[in-house]
Write a protein that binds this ligand. Structure first.
Ligand code: ADP
Length: 255
């Protein structure tokens, strides 16, 4: 099977500054890859390289398919809410390549946008102003905007940041169902390890200038997390879910 995304011994950074070195990563159809790491470790740099926004300083980054395959879901706060755009307007932006710059969207574009709204579970919000929505509704709108171009890969950058528990749970189950039912390949960037470990099949750890990718089972079974975080970390199971906790000797015990 041909990978959708392939990084081979890539050095990623800006000018002469290498943020990440020796990055080798292949993403295959049907994968669900979590990308975790501390702030400033290079997660966004890795995303930019995958999106083709920066070129590798060494090695290679390849997206072998020539089609538009990656649907990018940026952080919510990157969307300008000053303009009174409706949910439909925002989703239509995802078809930018196929809309003529001065023309009105054709009926078929609107039909595709409506399908994407349906897939994101917000068909009823079509005519609402984006600025008036809750965090979860905004996130669904941005996901619909990515889906409208019919991508193979959904690349989400911290999609649950700043959300309450119901909002976060709803977004994660939407992503899960897009992955399971539409066979979308998912790349999920998140600093929430407990989230990633329960959803992703594989986890790419971005830290200390390197990217190390492990299957979820390896992460759970080994002392890898303790090595990565430099402290004793335990993974426990509760009600079919995994919980990552600092070990008792690290002050993880309640007072
Ligand atoms: P993360 O997404 O994990 O928080 P980033 O990829 O944004 O990390 O940043 C990794 C490092 O790259 C940081 O030290 C940051 O200062 C640096 N960096 C990010 N963007 C640029 C840029 N445009 N020019 C120079 N350095 C940058």
């Amino acid at each position: 099977m041909e990978p959708l995304i392939r990084l081979a011994d890539a050095a990623l950074g800006y000018g002469k500054v290498r943020v990440l070195d020796g990055v080798t990563l292949e993403v295959y159809p049907g994968d669900y890859l979590g990308i975790v790491g501390p702030n400033g470790s290079g997660k966004t740099t890795l995303l930019k390289a995958i999106l083709g926004l920066i070129r590798p300083l060494a090695g290679s980054v390849q997206i072998p398919s020539s089609e538009h395959i990656i649907g990018y879901v940026p952080q919510r706060d990157t969307l300008d809410t000053i303009f009174p755009l409706t949910v439909l307007d925002i989703v239509l932006m995802g078809l930018f390549d196929t809309l003529s710059p001065i023309g009105r969207p054709a009926r078929r574009h609107i039909a595709r946008a409506e399908q994407a709204l349906e897939a994101a579970g917000i068909a009823d919000l079509r005519d609402r102003h984006f600025g008036s929505l809750s965090g979860g509704q905004k996130q669904r709108t941005i996901i619909a905007r990515a889906l409208v171009a019919d991508p193979k890969v959904l690349l989400l950058d911290e999609p649950t940041n700043g959300m309450d528990l119901p909002g976060e749970t709803g977004i994660l189950s939407l992503i899960r169902s897009l992955h399971d039912e539409r066979n979308l390949t998912v790349l999920l960037v998140s600093h929430l390890l407990n989230t990633v470990i329960n959803h992703a099949r594989r986890i790419a750890f971005v830290a200390n200038g390197r990217v190390e990718t492990l299957d979820r089972s390896e992460v759970i079974a080994s002392s890898k997390l303790s090595d990565i975080y430099g402290m004793d970390v335990e993974v426990t199971r509760h009600d079919h879910r995994y919980l990552v906790l600092p070990a008792a000797n690290e002050g993880g015990q309640p007072a």
